[in-house]
Structure formats: structure tokens, C-alpha cells
Design a protein around this ligand. Sequence first.
Ligand SMILES: [Zn+2]
Length: 456
Amino acid sequence: MPLPNVPTDFSGLDASALALAYQGIAGRMSRGLKGVLDANTAAPDHARVLGRWTNARDTWSGLPAHLDLKAREPFSLAVTKLNAVEAEVMKVFLAGAAPSPDGAAPPETPLGIEGMAALRVALDDVRSVARKVAGDDGNLKIMGLFGQANLAAVKERFARIPPALDRLFDQTTAKSAGGVRGFQPGHDIPATIGALAHGSGPDAFIKVSLAALRGPRPKLAATLVHEGSHILDRTPTVDFAYRDQNALYLLSPTLALDNAPHYEQLALNLSSPENLGPMPTGDLPAFSLAVLRSKTTRAWVRAYAAKTNPQRRGEIAELIGARADKIGEVLAGMLFNELFASLDHLMKTVLGNAVLEVGGAAELVFTGPPADRCVIRVPASCTTPAAVSGFAAELLTTQLWQSGGASTESPLLTTLITDIQKYDDGPLQDRLARFYQGVGLNKPISNASGRSPEQA
Ligand SMILES: [Zn+2]
């Protein structure tokens, strides 16, 4: 996506914040373009395009620190040059195929008859799991996951999940696509998650990915239980730690009760008990990876909310220099789009096949495309999950910044992730802080089985 033109009227804006925002996005574009050029040194047009890139880069580094009336001309020229180089790199080296970090979402196709049928079957499964939760046969499994004291509270909350989902289904038709009611096809949600709930109570809606709708039945039902627990009008859940982050034993019973993945796991345990394995145990790398995953996920959730709803930008806008009253709505929107794209990228790495090792020289090794496998090695001087995960976040954001994947400077991106509890919604700040302090201190509630082999 090209850099927006310098606005004709920026009299009410902040001249230095405006210059910084332009430099941030231009820097990300420039580093990304250089990466493409470096990967294509043998191409016939390489020397010529590299010359134009160098010229554009020099123009940007010669710009003043304030974008005021006097600087409008040189900034406009720099914008034109960089956009021209980007267009040329796309044409010459990428044949126009490369997606921009904030590229438009693919077009929505409706849920269709097939999607409606999958939802109907999954909702039957959800009701059947809810009957098991309401009865007494599942009590041991509930207490094994949530702790003895939570038995009644889990039953009460679970019973409200099927009606909440049914209400959404009543608002859904085969033609549903791109709306904000009922179930919607989730073409724009990240590939790493099957569904995404927006809001809670009467205004809530749920996006479901096509892959999830076509996936295994027990998994789809468990995913809907997870999302259904988010949309309850009273005591909606949040995500502290996901199932594959050993959430079951990382959370204290108080936090477990509010953790959506616990309800998802309960649904799986009750619908396919034959798949259960023993509860895992953890060490410093395992605890640290869990913290890194939780913080990255929370930052991703917050960045998504901030990107889609300007009312929810607040402190993050201050942190990344994206206040609309200082730099205008267009640039602010672009910086939030890019922030979300950065976190989306980091989340795919961190929640994908990531391995965290403690000891030896710090390094980051990707094998295959970034999302395939990533080894993050952190020096032994880091001795707590907070320190290890913080160091790991710094390695990841630095790599992302250098490769042209982020316009937010890596120290700021690291701060957003490592201190995410401070940037989260008010009521959550405390509970998140307690979770991060307690990781590694909670012992499994029981050593009963509670884990399916797919999580191994
Ligand atoms: Zn969730």
C-alpha cells in the first residue's frame, strides 16, 4: 500500500509527530523493498532499481524533523519517490503479487447452505456437551480442570453458553457475509484461530473460519463453546492462556474460571475422553513460552480492537506515536493497521512451531518460512519467565523491524508486548498481572488427564 500524500491542510496537527509518523512508515517500506532487492541481485533490472531505491532513501534521510508548511514540498517529493520505487519493485521483482502488510481483506463469500449445516450440527454437539456438564458424570473432569471449588460456578456458566449461541444462530442466514450480527464467515481472521468473538451480550457476533466449519466435529463444537463463553452477557470469559499453552496447570482456579480455553478443553474432554493424555509438567523455557504466548496474544487482541475501533486506541496511540489529533486520521489509521499486521506476524511465529531455549548465545533461527519453525535462544542470565519472555520478545521484534515487517520501532513493540497488562482493559489489568506473576507457581490442580495428544 502506498504512503499517503502529505495532507494539504495540516495546520492543526503536530509538525514533529507528523514527520515521525511519515518516517516510521517510509522506513518500514524502505527496509522491506531493500530485502526484495537483496534477494534479486541477479535480475537484469537490479542495478537500475537499486539506484532509484538509494536515491529515495537519501531523500528521506535528508528531510527535516518537522513537517510544517516549509517542509511540505520536500516531504511530498520523498513520498512520490518512495511510492514510485515500491511500484517498480512490485512490477519488476514481484509481478505485483506481494501482499502489503495492511492489504485489503479477501472478498467475503457467504456462509452458504454448507456453512449453515455445519453450524447446526455443531450447535447440537454443544447442547449435548452442556447436558453432560449439567449432570453428575462429568463432575470429576470439571473439578480436575477448574478446581473443586468451581464446580457449581462452571455448571452455571456453561448452561448459559448454548442459549447464547442459539440466539446468534437465529440471526444468521445462508447469505450472512461481512455483517455484525449472528455468525459471520471469518475470511479475515488469522489462520491460527478458528473463530473470533466480537463483544458480549446483545451486540455480540462471531466470525468462524471456513477451515473450522469444514474441520472435525468435536473441535468445531469446542471452538464454539470457547467463543460462546466470550459472548455471555454476564461474566463473559477472556483468554489468559490457550489450550496448547498448558493453560490447564498454569492458571490458578480463580483465573481458570474466567479463561475461555478451559471451557473449550472441557468440551473436548467430555466429547472425546479417549483422546486424553496426562497433564504436562513445566520448566523455565515452558513457563516462559507460555508467558510470551499469552502476552503476544493479548497484544494482538488489543491491536485488533484498536485497529477496528478508534475509541479503543488510547494509551497505545500515545506509545506508538499514532494520535489522530497529532498526525491526522489517515496516518493514524495506517499506523494501527501496520501495528496489527506486525502483531499478527509475531503471533503466527509465537503460537506456531516456536521453541524457546535458555542458555548459550542469544539467537533467532527460522527454518523454512518464518511461520514454520522458530528457535528462540535466550542467554542463561535470564532466570525468570518474565525476563526470558521479555528477551525473546525483543529478539522477535528486532528481527521483524529489520526485515521491514514493522513501522513501530522494536523497543516500542517490545514494550507493548512485555507490559501488555498496562495497556489492556481496566478490569483485566489486575488479573493479567497476577497471572504473569504466578506462572510457574501454580501446580496442576490434579494430575488427572486433561490434555489431548494433538497438543503435544
Ligand atoms: Zn478466545
